[in-house]
Design a protein around this ligand. Structure first.
Ligand SMILES: [Zn+2]
Length: 350
């Protein structure tokens, strides 16, 4: 999603996606088969991106590397249980932390692996992800300390914790501590083969097209088209249940999604959340971005503030197809999609 890992973990912390029973000390993955050659690994935390393995005749391509070295090791273990073939290629669909920090584990397990990305993705890892890593670790350390203090004192923000809340925090704390330990072991590992528009791989007879269809979630998003399996892997151009915010201009996001929609497939894999078996979500997101574009136009004409824009968004119930009236999703939609998308327009132009 459009977030650094700090924001991803903020979502973990806010826990709008996770039930108490599903909390583990480490993020775990559920494996499912989308076609005989395409395996999906879905994490039990929605702040972490999906990973996909494409099994060729001679080797494997993995799409997105998990959020941490240990998350990646788990995916490698699951792939190895399925096939004896080596992982030859790893693609980072974009530069955000929850898709790249497992790169090193793939390189450790398969020293000859080729790590692929768009040229702008590699640049953003160098210029943004790596410089912010130490700040992320410092932020995690302080939130772990704060949680330890809350659990020990039984107080949160001056209020006494209920037993249920205290147990919840204690269980979440296990995840935070293991993530912190994992993050301290990150050795940034960069893509070593980059491209601009497209790159086609042949895994034996299987053709896999890596396509940059334009800017969307980031400037360097890559989607994966497997024509033989009729599968499209979209990275965070689409996330579920709610779309991810982006600072890319809305007209560019819309144009890119329309290009995605023009490619024939039967299954579309989102960067987070469930796969799609039709284009409903894709079309709903295009509609949403077009509606938002109209709000921005009105804001510019009438010199409205960001808060006035938010009020129009609520008034017109933009996003109701995604949030379906769930208050936690509405809050997440406003915070992580609308604000992330609109805020830069107001800070730079107003
Ligand atoms: Zn993501």
């Amino acid at each position: 999603m459009k977030r650094t890992i700090t924001k991803a973990l903020l979502i973990v912390a806010n826990s709008w996606t996770v039930g108490l029973s599903k909390i583990h000390a480490q993020v775990s993955y559920q494996q499912s088969k989308l076609s005989p050659e395409v395996l999906l690994f879905t994490p039990n935390e929605r702040g972490v991106g999906n990973s996909i393995a494409i099994l060729g005749e001679s080797g494997v391509l993995v799409v997105d590397a998990s959020y941490s070295p240990s998350g990646a090791r788990e995916i490698i273990r699951m792939i190895s249980a399925e096939t004896g073939l080596p992982i030859q290629y790893l693609l980072n669909t974009h530069w955000h932390d929850d898709h790249i920090w497992g790169n090193q584990s793939f390189r450790e397990a398969f020293p000859d692996i080729t790590i692929l990305s768009h040229v702008e993705t590699r640049r953003s890892i160098v210029e943004k992800a790596i410089p912010s890593l130490s700040a992320t670790i410092v932020g995690l350390e302080s939130s772990v300390k704060e949680r330890d203090r809350m659990i020990a004192s039984g107080e949160e923000g001056g209020q006494l914790l209920t037993e249920e809340r205290r147990q919840f925090l204690a269980k979440r704390q296990q995840l935070f501590k293991s993530t912190l330990a994992d993050f301290k072991k990150i050795e940034p590992t960069l893509p070593n083969l980059v491209f601009r528009d497209s790159l086609t791989l042949f895994l034996g007879k299987m053709e896999v097209r890596l396509l940059h269809l334009g800017q969307g979630h980031t400037v360097g998003d890559v989607v994966v088209h497997i024509p033989g399996a009729k599968v499209m892997i979209l990275g965070d151009l689409i996330t579920r249940p709610i779309p991810a915010g982006s600072v890319v201009p809305l007209e560019k996001q819309i144009a890119t999604l329309k290009k995605v929609a023009s490619i024939e497939a039967d299954i579309w894999v989102s960067g987070h959340g469930e796969v799609m078996t039709d284009q409903t979500t894709l079309n709903e997101q295009i509609d949403l971005l077009e509606s938002l574009q109209k709000v921005v136009q009105k804001a510019q004409e009438e010199k409205l503030s960001l808060d006035q824009c938010m009020a129009i968004v609520r008034d017109r119930a933009l996003g109701s197809n995604f949030t379906k009236g769930d208050p936690r999703l509405i809050a997440a939609f406003e915070r992580f999609f609308i604000r992330v998308t609109l805020e830069p327009l107001f800070t730079t132009k107003n």
